[in-house]
Design a protein around this ligand. Structure first.
Ligand code: IMP
Length: 434
């Protein structure tokens, strides 16, 4: 049994947790491969709602080993708090495994994230203030701490002795903040290491062993392709690679071990934080999407910016992820709108452009060119077969599928697991060639 990647095709918050939930039965291992506690996965299980930031959603299933891969940046305190929350709600956490190579988000990373955003005042990225960017920067700078470092106080101290003076100098001199105390940080990090010791392993070895035994591994992306450090709307992006390729570097699988990539997208667009968003709606329709779609950030509680579906980057994001099929979420939220619009091109400085421009400045000037569809009044929450969708909704889904160029295999019409339409077979790798 090979590996499946679940990846966001927009700016995150596409509902990837539900995709994992639907596949969970056949899956043995669920791996988070990038990001950190900036993410938020909401999973509805019967009457219970779980909001997870760091622990992979697979933790809710007793037969699944949830893995935090080497590409993730881990705030150990968040991890311990999330594990305690799960235990208090009756969810066993003993199966969680954390990569010894995953980098640690230290308190100075969180402080620097906030301080750097404050300095950008008016021009900020709109980060989640979780220390994600500074932790990944230290990884690239080769001065980061890895989870394995927490297990040896001597290594921990010597690495902190090297890095902390520089961090403190920036915090104090550039940002006017308080420095961190070396002994206090060593004690705190040693305590994290002691408490997390049973969970810290070589997760790449674990994933490879699972694949060799024919077990199904699911790699779960956080955020989405348009927030990808390389393929997103830089600099208004996160500091990791949510794209499917990130599952190889951050999850420990090889490209040819992946048999299926399910791209997840909503029937409209949302974005949290700053950055260009050509189809953003500041009107009644935007409010409809915000309120009916409950579009508030899981991590920060911020209102998500809402707008029509932007199909301009769609072909590209399908291609760079090698998406074999798509799960379309929240189609039910569009019910009740007189018209539904789909952005198929941009007008930039008078020219019609069919591709996402590389420059953020150009994208900021893009005006959407829309195709307009009839809306539908019917509530879709009880629909379980594609043929039972209103004709207008079917036309909209068909148009999205044609623009994507791969099958929309699953359509979600509600938060619950059962509110799902299995519309087409999910093709695997190779089936789409030619
Ligand atoms: P950071 O990842 O906290 O550095 O934030 C960088 C950008 O990514 C900001 O625009 C955030 O709002 C956005 N972002 C980070 N995580 C998520 C997420 O899980 N969903 C949606 N946006 C996110």
């Amino acid at each position: 049994m090979p590996a499946t990647i679940v990846v966001g095709l927009q700016w995150g918050d596409e509902g990837k947790g539900k995709t994992t939930d639907l596949l969970a039965e056949s899956v043995a291992v669920v791996v988070r491969y990038q990001g950190g506690d900036n993410a938020g996965h909401t999973i509805v299980l019967g009457e219970s709602v779980f909001k997870l930031h760091l622990v992979p959603s697979g933790v809710l299933y007793p037969h699944i080993t949830p893995v935090i891969g080497n590409g993730v940046v881990v705030n150990p305190q968040t991890l311990l708090d999330e594990m305690a929350m799960l235990e208090s709600r009756g969810v066993a956490t003993g199966r969680i495994r954390v990569s010894e190579a995953a980098h640690v988000i230290m308190p100075y990373h969180v402080a620097l994230d906030g301080a750097m955003e404050a300095r950008l005042a008016g021009d900020e990225i709109g980060t989640t203030h979780r220390g994600i960017g500074p932790a990944y920067a230290d990884r690239a700078w080769r001065v980061g701490l890895r989870m394995a470092d927490l297990l040896d106080p001597r290594v921990l101290r010597s690495k902190l002795e090297r890095v902390l003076p520089e961090k403190n100098a920036v915090l104090v001199q550039t940002h006017g903040l308080e420095p961190f105390d070396l002994d206090e940080l060593v004690d705190r990090a040693t305590d994290w290491g002691e408490r997390l010791r049973p969970y810290i392993v070589d997760t790449t070895g674990l994933v490879q062993a699972a694949l060799a035994q024919g077990r199904h591994v699911l790699l779960e992306g956080a955020q989405g392709t348009l927030l990808d450090l390389d393929h997103g709307t830089y600099p208004y992006v996160t500091s990791s690679n949510p794209v499917a390729g990130g599952a190889c570097t951050g999850g420990g699988v090889g490209p040819l071990q992946v048999d299926e990539v399910i791209g997840v997208m909503k029937a409209y667009s949302t974005r949290v934080g700053s950055g260009p968003f050509p189809t953003e709606l500041a009107d009644e329709t935007g409010r409809h999407l915000l309120e009916k779609g409950h579009e508030f950030g899981t991590t920060t509680g911020r209102r998500r910016r809402c707008g029509w579906f932007d199909a301009v980057p769609l072909r590209r994001v399908v291609a760079v992820n090698s998406a074999t099929s798509i799960m379309l979420n929240k189609l039910d939220i569009l019910s009740g709108l007189p018209q539904v619009r789909l952005c198929v091109a941009y007008r930039i400085d008078g020219n019609v452009v069919a591709d996402l421009p590389a420059s953020g400045d150009l994208l900021a000037r893009a005006e959407p060119v829309y195709e307009t569809f009839d809306g539908w009044e019917e509530d879709l929450g009880a629909v379980r077969r594609a043929g039972d969708l209103p004709i207008a909704a079917r036309r909209y889904v068909d148009a999205l599928e044609e623009l994507a160029g791969v099958p929309i295999s699953i359509v979600s019409v509600g938060a619950d697991r059962t509110a799902t339409i299995f519309r087409r077979e999910r093709p695997r790798r190779g089936a789409l060639a030619g």
